[in-house]
Design a protein around this ligand. Structure first.
Ligand SMILES: [Zn+2]
Length: 484
């Protein structure tokens, strides 16, 4: 199958960086891009008219929890735990997570992929589906939804324990249990890497910097070097973790990752904002700069702005990290899982963090959401439109109520576009979204299923909250109910 797209604008890659190609043509052949340029005289099986659109590489979301993130929507907004520095981790998210029944993960996983695809996202670094659905079902659903996904088995040998008084600490388990998890992770890599015609990219997922011991982090590093697959870990993601790391190891999370050797060019750190010098941490750069360590290592920081914005916090800052030489990508983490929205948040929050209109530019966040993410997963054939690259493409209408007038489609993508403007999404050379409609699932049924499923989750919160609070007590409705 070959597809030709005639675009008003094409964000084309010149081998070094994105370029704006006016009135261009892109041609796919099978799962790869065959041609990007001004004129194409050959035949194709199908032409897509993108004469009012921008043709963009599909976005790469480098941090998502597909089988559980939808539970956050309509709930975690305007909430947080004061004793945990406004985080929802360890309290509200724990109560919500425990209220999910095993069958709920199925509908959430499909919905998350639908949300992402509809926002022009073609690749997700997904954490959690294998643990909640099992390997086989995970791969089956990714296959059916037609996404490209980085997947792996969660690895840890510690867990968090929270007392009633909100003392939050790591409790270590048996080292052998962690190594057994690593064996399972290796099995997954060997069985599934490259499946789904290359759409399945296997990875190693040590869970969090404070739930994976020093020994296990070293073992993961060895295994990653042997298997040559991407690695992702949660680190520098909240104040409590940062303080616990200082108390346990006298090192910042970033320093500890360097110490264990896990830090390297194959590592994606979600979320990586809790670095020495961040204003919320009140911890100066006494032992050197975390950003410098990150830059020298070649690791990627997944900037996932929305979830932290909701807690009143932000990375300091996307632009500062880039200027320090750190590779920065973008992920959604929470709901809504919408890469257009996430790029917008990344841009605005960076301007605020730096008090500067020159920070968080559209070019910076767009590059992070494409080339930055591809670099994170070690791929130079994704996140860009060039001959020989994989045909993962989003075609977005620029002549809509959101996007007119359009002079600079990258600025409008970051500042104005919504999912409703995403007309075509192509993954591995196959059309997955056509005229704004997802072809791989019935959206109307999916929407009903998600609403019903999540209402039941909210009803179960009382049984799973550490103080047995009702959902309306944990997350009050915005307005009181009408009374007659
Ligand atoms: Zn996460």
């Amino acid at each position: 199958m070959s597809i030709g797209i005639k675009g008003k604008w094409i964000i084309a890659y010149d081998g070094k960086e994105h370029r704006l190609l006016r009135d261009g043509v892109l041609v796919t052949e099978g799962k790869r891009i065959k041609y990007v340029g001004k004129k194409y005289s050959g035949k194709v099986d199908r032409w897509i008219d993108a004469s009012r659109h921008v043709v963009s590489p599909g976005f790469i979301c480098t941090h998502t929890h597909a089988s559980s993130a939808p539970k956050d929507k309509s709930f975690i907004d305007d909430t947080g735990a004061k004793s945990l520095y406004m985080s929802s981790l360890g309290e509200n998210l724990t109560a919500l997570g425990r209220s999910i029944n095993p069958e709920d993960y199925h509908v959430f996983a499909k919905y998350s992929m639908a949300e992402l695809l509809r926002s022009g996202c073609t690749t997700m670094v997904e954490i959690g589906m294998v643990g909640t659905l099992g390997a086989e079902t995970t791969v089956k659903y990714i296959g059916e939804m037609m996404m490209r996904a980085v997947e792996g088995v969660g690895i840890s040998d510690g867990r968090w324990r929270r007392s009633q008084a909100a003392n939050f600490q790591t409790v270590w388990g048996e080292p052998e249990d962690g190594l057994k998890r690593l064996d399972k992770a290796e099995e997954f890599v060997k069985k599934y890497d490259g499946e789904l015609d290359g759409r399945l990219i296997a990875a190693l997922y040590p869970s969090t910097v404070d739930q994976v011991s020093e020994g296990l982090q070293r073992a993961v590093r060895e295994k990653a070097d042997e298997l040559k697959v991407p690695v992702s870990i949660h680190a520098a993601q909240w104040v409590v973790e940062f303080q616990n790391m200082i108390r346990m190891y006298k090192m910042t999370p970033v320093e500890f990752l360097k110490h264990t050797g896990l830090l390297g060019p194959d590592l994606i750190i979600g979320h990586g904002w809790a670095t020495a010098g961040h204003p919320l941490l009140a911890y100066p750069e006494v032992g050197g700069s975390d950003l410098q360590i990150l830059a020298e290592s070649g690791a990627t920081v997944s900037h996932d702005p929305l979830v932290f914005l909701k807690r009143g916090n932000k990375m300091h800052s996307h632009t500062k990290y880039l200027n320090a030489g750190v590779n920065v990508s973008i992920g959604c983490d929470t709901s809504p899982q919408d890469m257009l929205n996430e790029m917008r948040m990344a841009s605005y929050v960076t301007k605020l963090a730096d008090w500067s209109c020159f920070s968080g530019t559209a070019a910076e966040v767009y590059t992070s959401a494409t080339i930055g993410g591809a670099k994170g997963i070690g791929r130079d054939d994704l996140g860009r439109l060039a001959e020989g690259c994989l045909a993962d493409i989003a075609v977005i209408d620029m002549q809509t109520i959101n996007n007119v007038p359009c002079r600079d489609p990258v600025k409008n993508l970051v500042n104005c576009a919504t999912r409703a403007d995403v007309m075509y999404v192509i993954v591995n050379g196959e059309v997955v979204v056509e005229e704004g409609k997802l072809l791989t699932i019935d959206e109307a049924t999916l929407v009903e299923d998600v609403q019903r499923t999540t209402e039941a989750v909210w009803d179960r919160i009382k049984d799973n909250h550490y103080q047995n609070l009702e959902s309306d007590e944990v997350s009050p409705q915005s307005f009181k109910p009408w009374e007659e």
